[in-house]
Design a protein around this ligand. Structure first.
Ligand code: 5MM
Length: 330
């Protein structure tokens, strides 16, 4: 495998002190439904305009190391004619690309999914790398409840993540490895900790078998939380203790860094939990790779109106500043 030094440099830059990763890679279907919910027509032009608002937020590169794009945005241009990957690089952020094709029902595992997208991935990665992608993202979805997650779903998703990660490194692209244990359901925090730990054990076993260089990956896990419908509540200190305790037991020290997803938490709560985790002495940097917890306020402020672009950008900048402060406060 080539380019290991460059890979680990890129991975370290993605989790540099005081910086996180902006997840702006919603599928067309998800982005369109979020635009509709905000009262904005779900057109290709509006999806482009919204991603341009995000990417060109003044000062964004002070708190954001890289932006994950979906294929549609990756091939679009900002209004001044620059392709998004070039515009991001010129602003000082690493262009990233989501390369999975989404979660599909897994055979013989009712209610569970496996993420697809390995077919033709080597060629797609070469194409993305040639167009400026420095890192990629693949998200596996793990559910809790009624005997889930099954060992079958954990193994299938871990295997796919490892094959994706190895192909990325072969192409000189840093893989974000994202096994998300969903918050959906009434499960306890202990159940989330157990599902997260067993999933990560499967993932790191498969990554080792696939020959993936851990210094050249960024892990993107969920925080350990009670399910959304669970009556139990957890303080930030409890979330931080449970999350860090779970990760410490199963994530090898060599991993370049850990960038959490927000998973449906409110923006403020995701930031508080991230801040509480910074107090621990850990072998890897901990940062954020939030989607909704960064961009929801920006979308709400924008309303699809050209005259409200600055309001949307101010809302994003405010969330980024809060998360940067959370990272630097410890
Ligand atoms: C930005 O959303 C990403 C793609 O989601 P869909 O396939 O549902 O459109 C998603 O993978 C995202 O990167 C992660 O879930 C983290 O986002 P959140 O909102 O959980 O921080």
């Amino acid at each position: 495998m080539t380019g290991q030094t460059e890979l680990s440099c890129t991975a370290s830059a993605m989790v540099a002190a005081g910086k996180g990763i902006l997840a702006a890679d919603e599928s067309t279907a998800t982005m369109s439904s979020r635009l509709c919910a905000a009262g904005v027509a779900p057109t290709e032009q509006n999806r482009r305009a919204y991603r341009e608002l995000l990417a060109t937020t003044p000062g964004l590169a002070e708190g954001i190391s890289g932006v994950i794009l979906c294929d549609e945005t990756f091939r679009q241009s900002t209004s001044d004619g620059r392709p998004f990957p070039l515009a991001l690089a010129e602003i000082g952020m690493l262009p990233g690309i989501r390369v999975d094709c989404g979660a599909r029902p897994l055979a013989a595992a009712p209610g569970e999914t496996v993420t697809e997208g390995l077919d033709g991935l080597r060629e797609r990665l070469a194409d993305y790398a040639a167009s400026g992608a420095r890192f990629a993202k693949w998200r596996a979805v793990i559910v809790i409840g009624n005997g889930k997650p099954s060992a079958r779903a954990r193994r299938a998703n871990a295997h796919a993540l490892a094959r994706y990660a190895a192909l990325c490194q072969e192409a000189g692209i840093v893989p974000i490895v994202e096994p998300e244990v969903l918050m959906d359901g009434g499960h306890s925090m202990a159940a989330c900790a157990e599902a997260t730990a067993t999933t990560l054990v499967s993932v790191f076993g498969e990554l080792a078998d696939a020959g993936v260089e851990l210094a050249g990956i960024v892990l993107k896990p969920n925080m350990v939380l009670p399910g959304q419908a669970c009556p139990e509540s957890a303080s930030s200190r409890q979330v931080a203790t449970a999350t860090v305790g779970t990760l410490r037991g199963v994530v090898p020290d060599d991993v370049a860094g850990i960038a959490f997803l927000s998973g449906g938490q409110s923006p403020a709560r995701a930031t508080e939990n991230l801040a509480a985790m910074q107090r621990f002495d850990l072998p890897w940097p901990l940062t954020f790779s939030f989607g909704r917890a960064l961009v929801d306020p920006a979308l709400a402020a924008w309303q699809g109106k050209p005259e409200r672009v600055a309001a949307g950008q101010d809302a994003l900048a405010a969330r980024v500043l809060c998360n940067r402060a959370a990272l630097l406060a410890a």
